[in-house]
Design a protein around this ligand. Structure first.
Ligand SMILES: [Zn+2]
Length: 278
């Protein structure tokens, strides 16, 4: 096998591949952050609540069944409105990362609103009992220079919003840098299945998820890479899709040698090596 994981580094337990399952628990904030008009759109808000009430429990059961620890990015609003959520995630050994407060897109709001998103999100996670988050993931993966500055200033260990490589790398802006655990739309459930009454979207056959994501997994395995998959509990938590996620996870587990890791664990593992290239 040719190691092409960015730093020639073996994964723990000599695993040939590292996989992170990540979940953005946008909840009602996913709608409210898009437009204040959602405050009176009760149906949309109820779809947001499905995320926490139905999607998350299904996900937690699947992860527990396979003893996998995952990364959950929780907007402050979601944490405040579901006080049990952060507590339960932590109790089960999952990572809780920063995902804004009201899920406002950095590129659509002022510098001051970006500061508020950062600080209110941090306060809400702290109030919910979470330790200072190691990871930051911007809403809709849009980073601006102002938000980049904020994640440096607040001392995050890694960012997971950018797409400049398919291996962990150092993302830089204006002379500052941070460990990046990259994402991509093709490894996200939203472009596959997300749909809204306002903008339409896709109703991809659920089995597509296994086809596309297994292809990514197999390529990561060939490269000796880390790869991560991004999901939204209100999207992947629908039963027919969730059955495909179960198939996907069972397939990876059956290989017996995957390092399933939280993103903060991956960051801790790769940072000393990436630092040398910084
Ligand atoms: Zn989100």
């Amino acid at each position: 096998m040719t190691i092409d994981n960015g730093f020639g580094l073996a994964w723990p337990n000599r695993s040939p591949v590292a996989v992170s399952l990540t979940f953005d628990v946008d909840g009602e904030a996913g709608f409210l952050g898009d437009s204040p008009t959602f405050a009176r759109r009760l149906t949309s808000l109820s779809e947001g609540r499905f995320s926490v009430n139905r999607g998350v429990p299904r996900i937690l059961e699947l992860l527990a069944r396979h003893q996998i620890k995952a990364s959950f990015f929780v907007p402050g609003h979601t944490a405040e409105h579901n006080p049990w959520l952060v507590e339960q995630l932590l109790e089960l050994g999952h990572e809780v990362g920063h995902h804004g407060h009201l899920h406002l897109r950095s590129d659509k709001v002022s510098a001051q609103e970006q500061i508020d998103e950062m600080e209110r999100g941090l306060a809400a996670l702290a109030n919910a009992g979470a330790p200072k988050p190691a990871g930051y993931r911007s809403s809709s993966w849009e980073l601006t220079p102002e938000t980049f500055e904020l994640i440096i200033r607040h001392g995050f260990k890694y960012d997971s919003s950018c797409m400049g490589d398919d291996r962990p790398y150092i993302e830089t802006w204006n002379g500052q840098s941070i460990v990046e655990l990259p994402v991509h739309w093709s490894l996200d459930d939203w472009p596959m299945f997300g749909w809204s009454i306002d903008n339409g979207g896709n109703y991809t056959h659920p089995r597509t998820l296994v086809d596309v994501w297994l292809a990514e997994y197999e390529s990561a395995r060939r490269d000796g890479r880390h790869t991560s998959f991004t999901m939204h509990p209100e999207v992947i938590g629908r039963a027919a899709r969730f059955a495909q996620l179960e198939r996907f996870v069972e397939r990876l587990v059956s290989d017996g040698d995957v390092w399933f890791a939280r993103l903060d664990e991956v960051a801790a593992h790769v940072t000393p090596y990436l630092e040398k290239t910084r």
